[in-house]
Design a protein around this ligand. Structure first.
Ligand SMILES: O=C(O)/C=C/c1cccc(O)c1O
Ligand SMILES: [Fe+2]
Length: 319
């Protein structure tokens, strides 16, 4: 029984609208370092906390949390497409354990996921199929949203389940930090888009898919020129968030309301709840030591881009 954690921002704009080569090199080094540490840990099971962007989860039935017992990635923005190797019985046991522990997660026996799940698997493990993975969705865009506290309790429950396994478990968190890309909102869209958000967007025609991606790419190009064309990134808040996780004080976020977070750092910043859940899961293994902290606001990717690893303190003393 051992655990390792890595949390990282994602962005589907990688490869579409990139920062200067020296910044790209710097980020590549951060990701390669994380990948090497993960390879050294040699996980037997990945538990991946990630959001969705109206590609797999819709308002016809929007859960706060969902554990997949089978999943496939759609390959949006050119990210990897295909099935994820989900160990079905173990994912079912995980869901049962979390429910018995008092956190009402949904389950999906056919989870459709997007770049939020696929990008970290590609960047950190080298592909979708490299290691058995239990996908855990946290609703981070479709209001009403779960709170920081519930995300923490979900993570703790999953951590307690993981601790019962005789396996090396890697917790991954995908998303954030401060950002607000142009994600549609049910309250502000026309009837056609509302229908997409209610579920017809699950299988978008190719021309609409292309138009959707171009909208985000154009928004990123505009954001580079005018950082008020979208909600501005908030490096101060991002660093504060990283401070809290690094020092094991994530429960201090319990009091931060969803509207307040949106106003401070942007409406997609709720993706950081994947990090909170991952760190909470790790905390079930005892006190942890965080390492390899990295942060840079990257407007080209519409992301306060962060990266942070951690491991149980007993292990960090041994290595
Ligand atoms: O449009 C989408 O599907 C998402 C875009 C996006 C852009 C930048 C950062 C992110 O975390 C995103 O999901
Ligand atoms: Fe995202």
């Amino acid at each position: 029984m051992s655990a390792y954690l890595h949390c990282q921002s994602h962005s589907p704009l990688v490869g579409h609208v990139d920062p200067l080569p020296e910044i790209l090199r710097e980020v590549d080094e951060v990701i390669s370092g994380a990948r090497a540490r993960i390879a050294h840990f040699d996980p037997e099971l990945v538990i991946l906390f990630a959001p969705d962007h109206y590609n797999g989860f819709f308002y016809d039935l929007m859960p706060s949390f969902c554990i997949g017992t089978a999943a496939h990635a759609i390959g949006d923005f050119g990210t990897l497409a295909g099935p994820l190797p989900v160990p079905k019985a173990l994912a079912e046991a995980c869901a049962e354990s979390v429910l018995a522990d008092g956190v009402d997660t949904a389950v999906s026996y056919r989870m459709q996921v997007d770049h939020g799940f696929a990008q970290p698997l590609e960047q950190l493990l080298g592909g979708l199929g490299e290691c058995p993975v239990i996908p855990v969705f946290i609703n981070s865009v479709a209001t009403p949203l779960p709170s920081f506290q519930r995300a923490r309790l979900l993570g703790e429950a999953i951590g307690r389940f993981a601790r019962t396994l005789d396996q090396r478990v890697l917790f991954l968190g995908s998303g954030g930090l401060s950002h607000q890309p142009p994600v549609p909102e049910l309250a502000h869209v026309d009837a056609r888009m509302a229908d997409r958000l209610l579920g017809s967007g699950r299988h978008l025609p190719a021309d609409e898919r292309e138009a959707r991606q171009q909208r985000v790419i154009l928004a990123a190009q505009r954001f580079i020129e005018d950082q008020h064309s979208l909600h501005p990134l908030n490096p101060d808040w991002d660093q504060h968030f990283l401070d809290l996780l690094t020092s094991g004080r994530m429960a201090e976020l319990d009091g931060l309301g969803n509207a307040e977070l949106s106003a401070l750092a942007g409406k997609s910043t709720h993706e950081v709840k994947t990090w909170v859940a991952a760190f909470a899961a790790l905390s079930a293994f005892g006190p942890y030591q965080a390492s390899d902290r990295y942060y840079r606001p990257i407007p080209e990717w519409i992301a306060g881009f962060g990266s942070l690893s951690a491991e149980p303190q007993s292990l960090s003393k041994e290595s």
